[in-house]
Design a protein around this ligand. Structure first.
Ligand code: PLP
Length: 340
């Protein structure tokens, strides 16, 4: 039994999801004639209470399109130093939009409204104009941490006062909604644009959706085309998304419970310095200085358990739809008996 805990993107579509995909009614989406894509877009737009949504082949493209929609070359955006858009999108912010990032030294990928205020450039010709605030919920490198909605509202107020756009990278918003008992509409009311991922916790093979207000989304389809992201009979993929929205959201609780239990076991190991607080499906922990990261990963690999390193002796475990109860039982036992 191989246990893959490197990411929640390693899931494969279930039989039932594949069945839903096979049944999809499709058409050429470049002519906007794929009814399943249209259905998915309408559904997610209305979930978030936004007038407009667009299906994308990746979360990266959805985020990059949002950055492009909010900015002009030479502008600056504000985000956390851990932000996916800054760290893991291949420098796309500068490549695609010609913008720079003002990085906030936040806590677990999250920051305060005060820090936003301090990061806005003064209105002088030798500064880059600040245009956009971007946050991530849950914060991936923050260890699946969830924002306090009250802080989001404070940041929104500043965005309004300073005429800044507000974008949410909601790749794992589904996890946050379940944990915090929040609604998509709450988020739709606050953000100008939101990207959500279907291929993380929800278990789809492909797909992200960008939602937003009419005026800003008007140009999204053109930007997607410029980025090469237009698709044809994409309804087969959108059908997986519709299936996942119906069936795979509530069960995220299971992933969160398993992640907590893994964290409890890890914190009993003498070779582990700290286990970061676990809020959702991501576990980040740090090994003692004298324990080699690669050796630890290899030791688990020898037992057919796959996890990844994040540098500086930190490791990451992510639970997901395909991490079964049987796998969980086995992994916990292995952790209990781990010798170092
Ligand atoms: C996965 C992820 C994305 C999108 O990444 P893709 O690999 O392009 O799907 C965006 N933001 C966050 C926080 C993510 O974890």
């Amino acid at each position: 039994m191989t246990i893959d805990l490197r990411s929640d993107t390693v899931t494969k579509p279930s039989k039932a999801m594949l069945e839903a995909m096979m049944q999809a009614k499709v058409g050429d989406d470049v002519f906007r004639e794929d009814e399943t894509v249209n259905q998915l877009e309408t559904r997610i737009a209305s979930m978030f209470g936004k007038p407009s949504a667009l299906f994308f082949p990746s979360g990266t493209m959805a985020n990059q399109t949002a950055l492009k929609l909010h900015t002009s070359p030479g502008d600056q955006i504000i985000c956390d130093k851990y932000a996916h858009i800054y760290n893991y999108e291949s420098g796309g912010a500068s490549f695609n939009s010609g913008v720079s990032c003002k990085l906030i030294d936040g806590h677990r990928g999250m920051f305060t409204a005060e820090q936003v205020v301090e990061s806005i450039n003064p209105d002088a010709y030798y500064y880059s104009p600040t245009r956009l605030v971007e946050i991530e919920n849950t914060a991936n490198r923050g260890g699946g941490s969830c924002w306090d909605f009250a802080e989001i509202l404070k940041i929104k107020k500043i965005c309004d006062e300073k005429y800044l756009g507000f974008h949410l990278d909601g790749a794992r918003i589904w996890n946050a909604l379940v944990v915090k008992n929040e609604t998509p509409k709450q988020y739709g009311e606050v953000f100008d644009t939101i990207s959500v991922c279907l291929s993380k916790g929800l278990g789809c093979p492909v797909g992200s959706v960008l939602v937003g207000d009419e005026a800003i989304m008007k140009n999204a389809i053109r930007i997607r085309k410029v980025f090469g992201g237009n698709m044809r009979q994409a309804g087969y993929l959108a059908a997986a998304g519709l299936y996942a929205l119906d069936n795979n959201r509530d069960r995220l609780k299971e992933d969160h419970k398993k992640a907590k239990q893994i964290g409890e076991q890890l914190s009993k190991l003498s070779i582990i310095k700290t286990v970061e607080a676990i809020e959702t499906n991501i576990v980040i922990f740090e090994l003692d200085k004298d324990v080699n990261e690669k050796a630890f990963i290899q030791k688990l690999k020898d037992k057919n358990i796959h996890i990844i390193g994040m540098g500086t002796n930190k490791l990451r475990i992510v639970t997901h739809l395909d991490y079964t109860d049987a796998m969980h039982e086995k992994f916990i036992k292995i952790l209990q008996m781990l010798q170092f």
